[in-house]
Design a protein around this ligand. Sequence first.
Ligand SMILES: [Zn+2]
Length: 334
Amino acid sequence: MISNIFPWQVNLHQQWLAQGAQRHHALLLSGKQGIGKRHFASAMAASWLCQKPQLGLACQHCEACHWLSEGSHPDFKEIKPEEAEGSDDSKKKTRKRQQIVIEQIRGLHDYLSLSNHQVGGLRVVMIHPLEWVNTTAANALLKLLEEPPAATQFILVTHQKQALLPTILSRCMQVDMPVPTAAEGVAWLHQQAIVNAEWVWHYSGGAPTTVLADHEEAAIDWHAWYLQWRAFLMQGARLELHLALPVLLQHGMLHAMTVLQKWSVDIQRCCHHLPAKYHSDALAGLKTLASACHEDQLLTFMAQLNRFKLSALHPLNQELQLEQCLLQYKKCFR
Ligand SMILES: [Zn+2]
């Protein structure tokens, strides 16, 4: 259960606290990925359900807080794309469900047709990411937002507000979530004992919470890995496939794809004399690659990455797919 918020969210939290219980029934938190929107939504949900909140945050000790931490609070409903079973075993890793489907919203209708567990208390519904609600489900959700049941608070989270139906947007109070400054982000990463915090901040594109999304991953020295694969990618057309493959795949296909995407974005930016977005410490190498780059091939490579990334959680043929990608990468350069 989450009972804290990030330093860059303190002002927003103070504003909410000053408003007391005078809230819109459907709050929509939007902003880019990795700035702690869902974390904030969870903290707020916990504080609303807590029996003895302290300064607008959950106390962590009352009955409601215990229920919530055990995932069994009867007045809290969280809706997210479900993961298939066995996803904790990386070899059996199955593809995440990419949608929130109508059955889930129907279930929500049923749930909300019952009365609140705690008489006179609030019921909280959290949905994230909202852009994954498919069209049929969105229309069913709209009905709930238009005629909200009594004492029900919706808290919705989206990374892509522009992908939502205008009818949904118009039923919500929209909240642009605060983005950390570089100083705030780096200081926070330092506090989390992240190795090479400055580099991580930059490489995450100013999205610090993505770094801690997975506790095991947080312990990895990403910078050391970065130096390894970067040396290979700098080879351009002379890239040694059999050596590069295992290094890139060291942390799974999804990370390999993300690495290649970010790298290709910066090569393309260099081709157009724009500053690098993620690899400002590798400018000389990027410029060399850009000067030898066939941009049409680079675009083909980037499109291929987008396609393969969608299936990156499929266990099959990862090595083969990555090999195809790297073959195309080599073609990008003279
Ligand atoms: Zn509590």
